[in-house]
Design a binder for this molecule. Sequence first.
Ligand code: UDP
Ligand code: MG
Length: 310
Amino acid sequence: MINYKISIIVPCFNEEGNIKVLYKKIKEVLSNYNLEHIFVDDNSTDNTLNILKKLSSENSDIKYLSFSRNFGHQNALRAGLEYATGDCVISMDADLQHPPKLILELINKWKEGYDIVYTIRKDVENISKFKKITASIFYKLINKISDIEIKKGAADFRLLDKKIVSVLIKDITEYHLFYRGLISWIGYRQIGIEYIPNKRFSGKTKYSLFKMINFAISGITSFSTKPLKLAIFLGLIISIFTGIYGLYALGVSIFTDTTVKGWTSVLLSILFIGGVNMILLGIIGEYVGKLYMQSKKRPYFLIKKTNIKI
Ligand code: UDP
Ligand code: MG
């Protein structure tokens, strides 16, 4: 038995078909390590919690936490980090898309002295075209407009040394968590390794298009205030155009008598400016909303059931 303790944290939202298989696979791969598995049930509506209860009564290395409602993947990761007690912590998805075998490589890099070992997903057929395209747009956008750099395909499958876990819990207190960005932002000794993802073992993806767009907006606005500047640029451009058009309109009304005709152009410009205003208000609203939620200091999650003594 190797003397380190390794914590594996797994957010689960309706993953009844995956948990047992994942647990078995990890045990196989890490048979000579001292392990702690923390499954975080994000208020699943299927049998996930019952499976976790049963599995944990049979295996002393399983801990579970169950949320009072669906708090989302990132908050589930936070819960895992808060309760993990290992020398290093590995987070991975429940659906076996993150190959358990790769954990050994993560651990080897950690032993070489890296504090953070992140993974980069290679784009292969196992990932849908739609996911590839949306992910590619997202990473391009966030890398362009924010000050951090997130590698394309970086997922929430990574190893963190316990000192990084402590930084993420104690020093990072922002309400809207976006771990991919935070990991890039905090620095320390990092290395990335590539992997080929598997197909989802059982069940469907829990990230709908709507959730993905929300996640992307939240990620971008967490790490950049540049979208706010958009208002200034757009305002300037629109003022220049309307200024020129204003001069033209003035000329027409002074030198001709055909002024009633301009109904279409008036309507179009009102609609255009109205639309632009809405978008900009939305962007400002996103930031105000973030401030508002942060000022409330609400907890990241609430636990309704667990086998951990707290
Ligand atoms: N997940 C979660 N809460 C949610 C959505 C997802 O805990 O509200 C978990 C899910 O159970 C899985 C991981 O987050 O372990 C990643 O989700 P999924 O595999 O559905 O995402 P995809 O791989 O399709 O991006
Ligand atoms: Mg998945």
